[in-house]
Design a protein around this ligand. Sequence first.
Ligand code: ADP
Ligand code: MG
Length: 232
Amino acid sequence: MTKNSTSSQAGTGSSAALPDDFGREFITLTHQTLSGAAEALGDLDRRAGDGDFGTNVRVAMKGAAKNIDDDSPSTYRQWVTAMYMGWLGVGGTSGPLFGMFFRDVSKAGADDSAPTLEQFAQALADGQATVQKYGEAKVGDKTMIDALDPAVTALREAGSSDPVQALAAAEEAAIGGARDTAESTAKRGRASYVGDAAKGVIDPGAAAMALVIGAARAAAAGEKDVDTSWIS
Ligand code: ADP
Ligand code: MG
C-alpha cells in the first residue's frame, strides 16, 4: 500500500537498507547451514531421487570455501561470487542451476556495496527466471522453484518494509513451499524417474533453497544460525 509512495529518498527508503556486512554474513550462513544439513538433504534425495544431492552440496560448499580462502572476498559481489563458482564446479542438475541462481544473486546492487532489500529481492527474481529458463520447471514440479517462487512473491508483497520482517516472511513462505513438495510428484531432474515413490518426501533442492532464504533472513537480522529442524 505504501509501495508507490516510497522512493529511495532519505526517510522511508533508508529502512530497506541491508547491513554493510550482508554479503559476508549471507554467504557464511549459507555455507554453514548447507554444510550442516548436507546429510539430511542427501537422505531426502536417497528417498526421493538418486541420492547424490548430499555429495553435490558438500562438493559445492568445499569449492566455495576454497574460493573464499583463495580470494579473500570483501564486497557483497565477491562473497556471492565465491558461492556461485563453488556450485558451478558440481555435477548433477543442481550444480549448474544453483550456480546460475547465485550468479544472478551476486549481481544485486552496485559493485562495491551491499544491495538494498529491493535490489536483493529483484536479484532473487532474476535468479528464479534463469533457473526456470534453463531447467524448464514450473511451480508444482517438485523442485527448488517451489521454495523460491513463494519467497520472491512474499518479498514483492512486502515492498520496501523492514528488511528483517520482509525476509522472515520470505523464509516462512519458502519453508511452506518446500514442505508442500512432499505432496507433489517430481516432473524434473532424476527424482522424476521414481515418480510416486517420492510421495511424502520433501524435495531436497526446495529444502536447500529455503535454507538459503533463511540464511539471508538471519544475515539481515544479525543472527548466527538458521533453523533446519523442519527438514526430515
Ligand atoms: P539430479 O536430479 O540430477 O540428481 P541433484 O540431486 O544434484 O540433481 O539435485 C536435485 C535437485 O535439483 C532437486 O531436488 C530439485 O530441487 C532440483 N532440480 C532438478 N531438476 C530441476 C529443474 N529442471 N529445475 C529446477 N530444479 C531442478
Ligand atoms: Mg540427485
